[in-house]
Each structure stands twice: as C-alpha cells, then as structure tokens.
Design a protein around this ligand. Structure first.
Ligand SMILES: Cc1cc2nc3c(=O)[nH]c(=O)nc-3n(C[C@H](O)[C@H](O)[C@H](O)COP(=O)(O)OP(=O)(O)OC[C@H]3O[C@@H](n4cnc5c(N)ncnc54)[C@H](O)[C@@H]3O)c2cc1C
Length: 466
C-alpha cells in the first residue's frame, strides 16, 4: 500500500495549489521542498518581493513628484532602503506563513528535503545527509525554473546580479545596466530608477517586451523613456569586466559591427528563465525532456513515466505563477477522475510597472500571421474622466475582435491598474463573448474600466467620449 495518493515535488504556486486541490478532493498528499521556506520562486524571490518593492518605490516617487500638484505639501521624501527591504521581507514572510497554514489546514505533510524520482510510485527525499523513500500512487513534478545565464558573464549577486540579487541590493546603484527588456528587467529597472539609479536597458531584439502586442510595446517604451529609461535595442552584451571602480560592459550590435563599452555600477542579467530539473533523477527514471530541457507532458500533464505528471515553469507555456496554479488544479482534478483543463488561449500577462501593461489573447501580429480578419477598437485614457481627474492619462485600451463574428480575440491595455482591468476581458473571452457584449455591459462611473467599455464601443466605431 502506498503511503500517499500524491506526492508533489516543489511548493511554488504550481505545487502548493495542486496539493491543496488534491486534498480537497480527498487525496492523502505530501509536498517535498528543498528550500528553507515554502512558496517557491514566486513567494521568495519572484512575484511577491518584486511587487513589494514596486509598490514601495512607486509611493516614494509619488511622494516626491505627484503629491505637491494635488496640494499635499511634504518635505522631500528620504529613502530608507533597509526599511524598504524590511517591508519587502514582511510581505514574503506573511505569504510563506500563509502557505504553511494552508498545508496544515488541508492536512498535507510537508517533507523538507530534495526530492528524487526513483521510478513509478517512489520518491526519495534527502536532507542533511539522510534520506527516506516515500511510496505514493502519483507524483507531480512542480520544480519550477531558475535564472538563465549569459555565457562569459559571471553572476556574483553583488555587482553582476540576477533578479534575485536585484531584489536585495544594499544601495541604489548610480548606473544600472539591465540586460534584457522583458517583464522582469523592466519591473526591476523601474524599482531602481525610482530609487535614484540611471537605468539603461540593452535588448537583443529591436523591441521591448517580446511577445506582447507591438503597438503596446512601442507606446510603453516611449512612456518609459519619458520616465528616464534609456534603451539600446538590437544590441547584445558580449562581456562585462571590472576596472576596480566600475563595470565595463562590452556591447555589440546584434547584427554584428563595432563594439562599444558602457560603464555601469551594477549589471542585471535578466534574459529569461530555464526549467529546473537538477537532482530529480529524471533520465534514470525514464522521464523525458523536450528539446528545450522542459519536462515533456501530454495534454493531461502526464510525463513519459506512468504515474508521474508535471506542471508550471518546468513544462512548456508561459512562465507565470497563475498558469502554474491553474495547471496544479487541473492535474489534481484529472487524478481525481474529473475533467481538469487549462485554457491556454486565455492566460493574462501583466507588467507591474507604472503605468502597468496587461494583455490577454492574440496580438495584432499573431492575428496577421494567422490570416484572421479583425477589427480594432482603441480608447485612450486621455479621454477617460477618472484618469483625467487623477491626472494619470498615459496609455490606452485596445480590443481586437473577429471581423466577421465580433468575438473578442485579444485585449491589450497600457495604463494605471491595467493588471486589475484585464480580468473582465478574461471572463468575456472564457465565455466566447463579443465586443458588442462588452460594449453593452454597464460599467460603473467614474472608473478607469469605462475605457474598456469605450474600446469595445470603438470596435463598432461608436465610442461616446472620443
Ligand atoms: C523576479 C521575478 C518576478 C516574477 N513576477 C511574476 C509576476 O508578477 N507574476 C507571475 O505570474 N509570475 C511572475 N514570476 C514568475 C513566477 O515566479 C513563476 O512563474 C512561478 O513561480 C512558477 O511556479 P512553479 O510552481 O512552477 O515553480 P517555482 O515557484 O519556481 O517553485 C519550484 C519549487 O520547487 C522546489 N524544488 C526544485 N527542485 C526540487 C527538488 N528536487 N526537491 C524539492 N524541491 C524542489 C524549489 O525549491 C521551489 O521552491 C516572476 C519571476 C521572477 C524571477
């Protein structure tokens, strides 16, 4: 008799959510975690600490630049970075405790140590030189991802940092060079720019935010430039040296050509993440990887080894916490004989800068490439009453609808609170709704969400306030 119905390896948002759902469905569950604290990348060195610093640094910048115009007079705010880091840590600790509470509440055993799959139904858990073998009916691999490294650039997490080091710098660097204009680079670049750093972002491609709608990325780049970001697109960093005082980054055009040297005090390497499978014993156990090192799964999250499943960053798809969570729920439901499912066409993505960027569904580029005829409805926040009174009018809402059926295929927002506003589009798209449906849905006034309704009206060329 197996001790458990399910053993989940990894307690990030994929793993712990999977464990909770499986327990709700009556399974006896254990989680295995090699880190000192539960919660994975997301809670410890990802989503949560970055959002704490984004919030605190935004407040700092608002206090310095926005309060006076609203008639709130204060003396210039001073940065107390240790206190800000403490604020971040309190947020991490609170969330980690929350996961510990959920494990207890759902009677899930927490096995501290490194998990290795010995074969179907067998997981070895090792810690402090000791190991035990756990028997289980099913195993879910939820071991997440690790930072991607650049050949020849050694990350020391002090001066040449990954996102992890950039969340714990001891002072705001004078000059911060960010390698990679993806979501994490722009978020952490924003934090340090607000706290006083000069930020330059070097990106291999000729655009920022690869994968997001091109028009959105272009407008967002202009907004970031107005805030003081400098961009070097179509360029690659080929090496970083130190002259004792400063770091010297060698930068070449992506297409080849003369190199230049840019000085920086801290270099942040933010070129993406790679699936993490170290020490799991996958090869020996017979769990296959795909050509990008991710655990290979079928449409039901099953790996090539019977009774072993995988979810989250360690498998294909967007490396996002909510995608991992939804997969965790789906696989638990499948194991319970239900029809667990994730709709990969409706997974929102958010950049938590100021303004925020959010998006769900297809971009214009994707629709063009697929030869789908579409109509565009756009509405700028400059024409939204609430944004005007708050004087936060950067950005716009863009809705892409099928030209024949009016079904909404994609929604893209640049603007304050865009990350909260995207969800009505997600619900609409889950129900296969049309721009007309959205346009005829009453929206509270005055809200920024009225811009979403107006963009839906604009699909039919009948926006009221424009
Ligand atoms: C700076 C940063 C900011 C981010 N911001 C966001 C955001 O705002 N929104 C968003 O959706 N996503 C964000 N992400 C991405 C998000 O963190 C990941 O998509 C998410 O954490 C993936 O969840 P997961 O459960 O697959 O794996 P993880 O969260 O990576 O968890 C995996 C866990 O498995 C454990 N583990 C690994 N191997 C073993 C083993 N052999 N035995 C035992 N335990 C093991 C690890 O210790 C870890 O705790 C961010 C990432 C970073 C780095």
């Amino acid at each position: 008799m197996a001790t458990y119905d399910l053993v989940v390896i990894g307690t990030g948002p994929g793993g712990y959510v999977c464990a909770v759902r499986a327990s709700q469905l009556g399974m006896k569950v254990a989680v295995v975690e090699k880190n000192a604290s539960l919660g994975g990348t997301c809670l410890n060195v990802g989503c949560m600490p970055s959002k704490a610093l984004l919030h605190a640094s935004e407040m700092f910048e608002e206090a310095a630049h926005s309060f006076a115009k609203m008639g709130v007079s204060i003396s210039a705010p001073k940065l107390d970075l240790p206190a800000m880091m403490n604020f971040k840590q309190q947020g991490i600790d609170g969330n980690v405790k929350g996961v510990e509470f959920l494990m207890k509440k759902n009677k899930i055993d927490v096995l501290k140590g490194s998990g290795k799959i010995l074969g179907t139904g067998k997981v070895e858990v090792s810690a402090d030189g000791k190991s035990q073998v756990i028997e289980t009916k099913n195993i879910v691999i939820a071991t997440g991802s690790d930072i991607a490294r650049l050949k020849g650039i050694e990350i020391d997490e002090k001066r040449i940092v990954s996102s992890t080091g950039a969340l714990s710098l001891e002072k705001a660097p004078g000059r911060l060079l960010v390698i990679g204009a993806g979501v994490i680079g722009l978020e952490l670049g924003s934090v340090w720019r607000r706290l006083g750093s000069e930020v330059m972002v070097v990106e291999f491609l000729d655009r920022i935010l690869p994968g997001m709608d091109g028009e959105v990325a272009r407008q967002f780049q202009r907004i970031l430039e107005k805030q003081g970001f400098a961009f070097k697109l179509g360029s690659k960093v080929t090496g970083v040296e130190s002259n004792g005082k400063a770091l010297l980054a060698k930068i070449e055009p992506a297409a080849g050509g003369a190199a230049e040297t840019i000085e920086a005090d801290v270099v942040l390497v933010c070129i993406g993440r790679v699936p993490y499978t170290d020490g799991l014993g996958l090869k020996e156990a017979g769990v296959a990887l795909d050509n990008r090192g991710r655990v290979q799964i079928d449409a039901h999250f099953a790996t090539t080894l019977k009774g072993v499943y995988a979810i989250g960053d360690v498998v294909a798809g967007p490396m996002l916490a909510h995608k991992a969570e939804d997969e965790g729920v789906a696989v638990a439901e499948i194991l319970a004989g239900q029809a667990g499912h994730v709709n990969y066409d409706v997974i929102p993505g958010v950049v938590y800068t100021t303004p925020e960027v959010s998006s769900v569904g297809k971009t214009e580029e994707e629709l063009k490439q697929a030869g789908v005829a579409y109509t565009v409805g756009k509405f700028p926040f400059t024409a939204n009453g609430r944004s005007k009174v708050n004087q936060t009018t950067d950005g716009f809402v863009k809705i892409l609808a099928d030209a024949k059926t009016d079904r909404v295929l994609g929604v893209h927002i640049v603007g304050r609170e865009a990350g909260e506003m995207i969800h009505e589009a997600c619900v609409l798209m889950e129900f296969g709704g049309s721009a007309e449906d959205l346009a005829r849905t009453c929206h509270a006034h005055p809200t920024r969400s009225e811009a979403v309704k107006e963009a839906a009206l604009a699909v039919g060329k009948r926006a009221i306030h424009m």
